[in-house]
Design a protein around this ligand. Structure first.
Ligand SMILES: [Mg+2]
Length: 195
């Protein structure tokens, strides 16, 4: 008999254009606006037993637009808003790097999406079953992150999703596309209950 902890499934969530409106290099906490349908949908996913983990590229750090503390503060701000609706996230990973940025951030990292570093780190830290997990994003890099981490990628038409949907569905016809966050969440819940 082994005494293994049961692995949990997770929903990995992009930040900009998925949880909050994308304002291009958010650098002021006042510009954080959570999509209206997000808190209730997160709360349902949480109740169904999914871990909720944000994974976000924040190359604005490398580019000198803001620092790592600001990215943490933004997460804190989002968490505070979600708390009222029992929809808080379980964790956040961000990639501050970019090859054309300032040192020490101008490195060839393994965490910048679509590379799977952030998800692999979360997998270890939270004991996640990636094969039952999902990645929700609004860009090609999110969909490719899902491929690279063997999670199920879902594309939202919020944020950049609307403009990237055609290219993505041509390249990856198996990827499901949803207009709104709650629709993708309902799809995940349906799959989980069937499964
Ligand atoms: Mg995004």
């Amino acid at each position: 008999m082994t005494n293994q902890t049961k692995l949990q499934a997770a929903v990995f969530l992009d930040r900009d254009g998925v949880l909050i409106h994308d304002v291009d290099y958010l650098s002021d906490l006042k510009d954080i606006h959570i999509y209206e349908d997000v808190p209730e949908a997160l709360s349902k996913l949480k109740k169904a037993g999914f871990l909720l983990i944000m994974v976000t590229n924040q190359s604005g750090v490398a580019r000198g637009y803001f620092d790592e503390k600001f990215v943490e503060a933004s997460y804190g701000n989002i968490q505070a808003s979600l708390q009222n609706q029992s929809a808080t996230l379980d964790g956040m990973y961000f990639c501050p790097h970019h090859i054309i940025g300032r040192p020490p951030y101008n490195i060839k990292c393994n965490c910048r999406k679509p590379l799977p570093g952030m998800i692999l780190e979360a997998e270890k830290q939270f004991n996640i079953d990636l094969s039952r997990s999902y990645m929700l994003g609004d860009k090609l890099c999110d969909v490719e992150l899902a491929k690279n981490s063997r999670t199920v990628g879902l594309l939202l038409k919020t944020g950049y999703g609307k403009s990237q949907a055609a290219v993505i569905s041509e390249k990856y016809p198996d990827v499901k596309i949803f207009n709104r966050f709650f629709e993708a969440a309902n799809y995940i819940l349906d799959q989980a209950y069937q499964g």
